[in-house]
Design a protein around this ligand. Structure first.
Ligand code: CTP
Ligand code: MG
Length: 183
């Protein structure tokens, strides 16, 4: 149960990246500016539209899940009490995309071009961002759903399964022509 719960509650964060791929394009978040090392701060792969569209679709999916949770009536599968639940379903996708941008920032500083692989970073940057943001701003909910008692198993499941999920989603994105590379 804890494993399912952990994965279920992380769905808004998982939705954010593929949604950013679908909605992305246009003005880059770094405005095209370059760091003093001569490389872009983030690169053209991090856009305002991706950030907004990814956050919004993550929240829409979160709302749908809240509806389903009402039918399930199991406290463990909840984003918390309204209105804090709204904050949780915002923090997860928004944190995921912040983490993704931080990952790109680190890649650029390491001299890795946009779209080039950075094993580890590519798979975990968004997850770390989502977890950190929700742990900071909805600490009680995070502890209750990912740390205390069996909930720890949910956190472990998320950490172990995320690279595989990330890979599958990116291969699909590549096959349907939405991503230029399958990672
Ligand atoms: N995307 C976006 N805005 C974001 C995140 C993603 O527009 N905030 C879109 C971009 O079109 C990007 C694609 O989603 O190319 C894939 O995202 P990702 O793999 O994270 O970016 P990369 O292009 O691989 O760039 P990086 O090397 O910086 O990760
Ligand atoms: Mg990438």
């Amino acid at each position: 149960m804890a494993v399912l719960q952990g994965l279920w509650l992380m769905i808004p964060a998982y939705v954010a990246n593929p949604a950013a791929v679908l909605f992305g394009g246009g003005k880059p978040v770094d405005g095209g500016a370059t760091h003093r090392d001569g490389r872009r701060y983030l690169g053209d792969g991090k856009t305002w539209r991706g950030l907004a569209g990814g956050t919004l679709l993550g929240m829409v999916v979160g709302f749908v899940q809240m509806g389903i949770n009402l039918g399930v009536d199991h406290p463990d599968f909840s984003f918390g009490v309204f209105p804090f639940s709204i904050l949780v379903i915002f923090l997860l996708p928004f944190g995921a995309l912040l983490g993704d941008m931080l990952g790109s920032y680190i890649k650029r500083r390491m001299g890795i071009e946009r779209g080039q692989k950075a094993p580890g970073l590519d798979q975990y940057d968004f997850l770390i961002g989502a977890i950190l943001l929700v742990a900071i701003f909805q600490t009680h909910w995070f502890l209750a759903h990912y740390i205390y008692w069996e909930a720890t198993l949910g956190l472990i499941a998320v950490l172990v399964l995320t690279p595989a999920l990330h890979r599958i989603v990116n291969i699909i994105g590549y096959k349907i022509g939405k991503k230029e590379v399958p990672w």
